[in-house]
Design a protein around this ligand. Structure first.
Ligand code: ZN
Length: 493
């Protein structure tokens, strides 16, 4: 038997229907080809376009054009189900008869019976008819879903950046200034091959804002890059409406929208190709945050945000400190620095302080504000005490109190006054803190240094101990300058 050549065609259209992922469909095609001594020259993938609504199936058209060419590259086209090949019976008959009669190319389904003879084509037609029935029914469900969503006001209420609703119930219209931002994003991403972070930084530098009037972040750029609204399509079923959880892409429904496009379909498709090739599920990101003994202490020299320690490829022997703002696209400076460079620099800086005794630090006052409050409180009580003297004298003069009663009352108020005056005297000496703490401070730093230097102490402990004397550390890579900010807080008794 002569080896047959074929194309595979994979299409994922809608949710609800029993559906196989593109990979699963492709695998079935490959298994089928192997079993039947066929060689698949190419598999064409049509992803995320719904069955009945999509007029153009670019991959399908490409495949048909090749299959029809004079070179006769393939003997057949294989699909998982006939419903993948065509969207309705008419279309199926047109393409099949065209391919068979004019170009001698068969269309085979790997999961539906292939029967020779007159009944063969009848059964094939019944299968197609059933598929079409399901597609019509499904399309009705999709429309219902859209209508419901429109009624709830979901899409109508807030079109994405680049569009606005001008008239209730009408498709959104383009906001030219915002559309420019969208064009910049796609252009930079596809044509200039700029990274998502860099795009966010660029936009923020230009002063552009998201539809929520916030600076751009990785997330907002990713959302825009994946939103087919911008090429004139509408996407449904991307998220579970109750939880906002994103469904697998094979379940998304994409169809022609009513809004004008801001970018071409071609540009959008190119963006999807790049995005998919670079996307890594969060669990598999190469770098992860890591508890280093300098964690939380390193601050960005430009924006002051904390620098996060990240390991590279799970390499535990070193890590990189990167500005948290930078990784969010909010800081413009590339200040990332390796722990291999920082560790010796920090140790050397502390050592120098210990050797020279020159230490600059911020004196953190223990919480003494209460004594100030106490002062105010006692003064107030003394004022009230003086009023009491006036009142008991008044009571005696008016004959309310006897002389004995007056004397007794006077004695009690006098006692109170003396007690208050004594209390006030006790808190008065709020001695100004003199620089007697410097020796204590250096002693503290020396202890800390010994612990940091030790190999037998774990990074978490080192980190805690370091934080008892150091507020922050700023390393300026451009000047190779390291600044350690110490603080001294007297132990509370
Ligand atoms: Zn920064």
């Amino acid at each position: 038997m002569k080896t047959k050549y074929c194309y595979g065609y994979v299409r994922v259209s809608t949710s609800g229907q029993e559906e196989l992922s593109p990979d699963s469909q492709a695998k079935l095609l490959k298994d089928f080809a192997k079993k039947n001594d066929m060689i698949i020259l190419q598999i064409f993938y049509e992803l995320g376009i719904s069955g009945r609504k999509a007029d153009k199936r670019p991959e399908f058209q490409k495949m048909i054009a090749l299959a029809k060419s004079d070179k006769h590259p393939v003997d057949c086209i294989i699909v998982w189900k006939f419903s993948r090949f065509a969207r309705n019976q008419e279309e199926s008959i047109v393409y099949k008869s065209l391919l068979k009669k004019k170009h001698n190319v068969d269309v085979l389904s790997v999961s539906e019976p292939l029967v020779d003879g007159p009944f063969g084509s009848l059964i094939e037609r019944i299968i197609e008819w059933m598929d079409e029935y399901y597609s019509v029914r499904l399309s009705g469900e999709v429309t219902r879903g859209m209508t419901e969503k429109a009624k709830r006001g979901g899409y109508q209420a807030r079109p994405p950046l680049g569009y606005k609703i001008q008239e209730r119930g009408k498709p959104p219209v383009i906001v030219p200034e915002e559309a420019e931002i969208i064009k910049i994003i796609f252009d930079k991403y596809v044509n200039e091959h700029t990274g998502i972070f860099d795009i966010a930084r660029y936009l923020n530098l230009c002063g552009f804002k998201t539809s929520h009037n916030k600076p751009f972040e990785r997330r907002s750029i990713e959302y825009i890059l994946q939103n087919p609204t911008y090429c004139g399509m509408i996407r449904w079923n991307r998220t579970v409406s109750e939880t906002n959880e994103i469904r697998p892409e094979s379940e998304w429904i994409v169809s022609d929208g009513q809004q004008p496009a801001i970018i071409s379909k071609e540009l959008f498709d190119k963006a999807q190709i790049r995005y998919k090739s670079e996307y890594k599920p969060s669990g598999a990101r190469p770098s992860s945050t890591y508890k280093h003994w300098l964690s939380g202490l390193m601050k960005c020299p430009v924006c002051g945000r904390t620098m996060i320690a990240k390991t590279v490829n799970n390499q535990k022997s070193y890590c990189y400190f990167t500005c948290y703002g930078y990784s969010k696209g909010k800081c413009l400076a590339k200040t990332s620095v390796s722990s291999l460079r920082l560790e010796p620099a920090v140790l050397a800086s502390i050592k120098e302080v210990l050797d020279t005794g020159n230490i600059i630090y911020r004196h953190v006052e223990p919480v003494q504000e209460t004594s100030v409050d106490l002062n105010v409180i006692i003064t107030e009580q003394l004022r009230k005490n003086a009023e009491k003297f006036d009142r008991i004298r008044e009571a005696y003069r008016n004959g309310v109190d006897t002389l004995d009663e007056y004397k007794e009352n006077k004695r009690m108020v006098q006692e109170e006054k003396e007690m208050l005056e004594k209390q006030l005297a006790d808190i008065k000496p709020a001695e100004p803190t003199i620089d007697t703490s410097k020796i204590a401070m250096l002693e503290k730093v020396r202890n800390v240094y010994e612990i940091i230097e030790s190999d037998s102490v774990d990074p978490v402990t080192k980190n805690e101990i370091l934080k008892s004397v150091i507020e922050k550390i700023i390393y300026d890579r451009s000047k190779d300058e390291l600044k350690v900010y110490y603080y001294y807080a007297p132990e509370s008794q």
